[in-house]
Write a protein that binds this ligand. Structure first.
Ligand code: UDP
Length: 264
């Protein structure tokens, strides 16, 4: 099997740029590109809870591909180029802005806890929040003042980020509603994409049930990472059902362990 050697060597030598909790970034085939690899690891509570959920990376790769492609099509700029294989996608290299941008439509999670608002309460309008990406500090919530004063983003960049977040929310809310899913809240990350001397802010990272709250419209069943956070079980089945409803996975297609079951 000597003939396999050069290819294996090349694969092994692929430079790893960054490894996070759920993804790995490798050097891409051309300058200015990266390969984003989706792992099966599920973590919560700043990685204090950790499990491997077989097939999660494959489903998230497909869901994120679908959502980023639709966003690209309507002119919301993203880092996404194309999916390469079951677990990997080609993306454009961006300078990640160290913020988690959360958009909420319905009260849940930390908003409910912090402000004592019952989970499931419709918010009077969509709310944007910012968290400073810093594991050592537990991703503290920050204001626009902090962001501009400490230079994490310039005022104009922050305006662009908020405009992008609103567009993503409006588009994804409609898209999910069309398949019987309520978009309760979600998190995006943005980056600076340089093209020569010009820079624009684009949506980066991923959009998947790992970073959204998705509830079945009829039953309010959770179809997202809260199944893991709250030990509800059926995480891969729920993610697969999201993918099915979006038309990303075919009815008879099986991804992950044990074969997906419907969440009803
Ligand atoms: N979120 C995320 N990564 C984080 C924190 C939050 O993707 O590190 C997402 C989360 O899945 C939810 C939204 O952002 O869809 C709002 O999360 P929240 O502030 O309620 O925090 P949580 O309850 O997840 O701790």
């Amino acid at each position: 099997m000597d003939f396999l050697q050069p290819r294996l060597l090349r694969m092994n030598r692929r430079r790893r740029i960054y490894e996070g909790k759920a993804k790995i970034l490798y050097e891409g085939p051309e300058p200015g590109t990266l390969i984003q690899h989706f792992k099966d690891d599920a973590t919560a509570f700043n990685a204090k809870k950790h499990e491997v959920i077989e097939g999660k990376g494959v489903v998230n790769n497909r869901i994120s591909e679908y959502l980023f492609s639709r966003l690209n099509e309507i002119g919301v700029p993203t880092h996404f180029v194309r999916r390469l294989n079951a677990r990997e996608q080609l993306v454009r290299e961006v300078e990640i802005i160290p913020l988690e941008v959360v958009v909420r439509n319905v009260a849940a999670g930390s908003l409910s806890t912090r402000l004592g608002i019952d989970e499931g309460t419709q918010l009077p309008r969509s709310i944007i929040e910012f968290y400073y990406k810093n594991d050592a500090l537990n991703d503290p919530m920050v204001s626009e003042e902090h962001i501009t004063a400490f230079g994490w983003a310039a005022p104009q960049e922050l305006d662009d980020i908020m405009a992008l977040a609103i567009r993503v929310n409006d588009f994804l809310s409609g898209l999910f509603l069309g398949v019987g899913i309520k978009l309760v809240d979600f998190k995006i990350e943005c980056g600076r994409l340089w093209e020569g001397d010009n820079m624009r802010i684009v949506v980066a990272d991923e959009i998947s049930p790992d970073c959204c709250r998705l509830w079945d419209v009829k039953t309010n069943d959770k179809m997202d990472k809260d199944r893991f956070r709250k030990d509800l079980g059926g995480m891969i089945e729920a993610y697969t059902e999201v993918a099915r409803r979006l038309g990303v996975i075919q009815e008879n297609e099986k991804i992950g362990a044990g074969g997906p079951k419907l969440v009803k």
